[in-house]
Design a protein around this ligand. Structure first.
Ligand code: FPP
Length: 245
């Protein structure tokens, strides 16, 4: 357990989702090409993934490439795709060792054959991981994911929210339900959701941080989790102690 104020008794079963924003600006501020920011950002992701289970995080969803990111200059898109592929190939063994299950969410039909191969290998060989479920969003759009799930329902009977959540979560292998997001973090100073997990974040607590993603640390994540436990989640109800009239 990391030395800090996070108490083991508070550990939960959290789903944390992160919009890793600010790589490009971090690089520009240092006179570096944007891809240098993405490379350091991948290192940050590695540290955060390693620390996450210590903070009671059981599911971690990282926004690595949105469907709108295809509109970036081709050099940046290609460099990002290469980075993601190399990352998956390199990290699969570490995930197996650390019992991390890796899943990729998002569209697959626009990804290269070699990236698809790396994804399939990573997903299949980490299936037994039960310490952390790491989901990386690539070519992801929440509105597309909702649409795709709705289209699969065409002509179907009415279904429950839970069943719809199962469809949306894109679980390919064991069909288990991915829990709703408890904590959504966005680094880089912007305050928007950018088409990320819109269904799953219905009651998420939102944390918008000024830190650029390459500078983000596990300690900041620990602060976020600590603050989360001090927020009152009412899910539309009133506090039990509140006077109604
Ligand atoms: C947003 O910053 C970040 C991205 C589009 C890419 C995120 C990818 C990584 C951190 C690397 C790979 C990660 C994993 C988990 C394999 P931006 O480029 O929009 O930054 P800006 O707003 O400063 O321009």
């Amino acid at each position: 357990m990391r030395k800090g104020f996070f108490l083991p008794s508070e550990q939960g079963n959290l789903h944390v989702a992160i919009i890793m924003d600010g790589n490009g600006r971090w690089a520009n501020q240092r006179g570096l090409p944007r891809i240098a920011g993405h490379r350091v950002g991948a290192e940050t992701a590695r540290k955060v993934i390693e620390a996450a289970p210590e903070f009671g995080i059981k599911t971690l969803t990282l926004y690595a490439f949105s469907s709108d990111n295809w509109h970036r200059p081709p050099e940046e898109v290609n460099a990002l795709m290469d980075l993601l592929e190399t990352y998956l190939i390199q990290e699969t063994e570490t995930c197996i060792r650390n019992k991390v299950r890796l899943s990729i969410i998002g569209r697959r039909d626009r990804l290269s054959t070699s990236l698809l191969k790396a994804i399939e290998h990573a997903e299949k060989s980490t299936l037994q991981g039960d310490v952390l479920h790491l989901r990386v969003a690539i070519d992801y759009s929440a509105r597309d994911a909702i649409l795709r799930a709705a289209m699969r329902l065409k002509n179907s009977r009415e279904i429950s929210r839970e069943e719809f959540s199962r469809l949306i979560s894109e679980e390919r292998y064991n069909g288990h339900v991915v829990p709703d997001v408890d904590i959504l973090v966005r680094t880089g100073g912007e305050k928007r959701l950018s088409d990320f997990l819109l269904w799953e974040c219905a009651y998420a607590e939102l944390f918008f941080l000024d830190t650029m993603w390459p500078d983000f640390t596990p300690e900041e994540l620990e602060h976020v989790v600590h603050e989360f436990y001090h927020r009152e989640r009412r899910f539309g109800r009133v506090p039990e102690t509140a006077a109604v009239f």
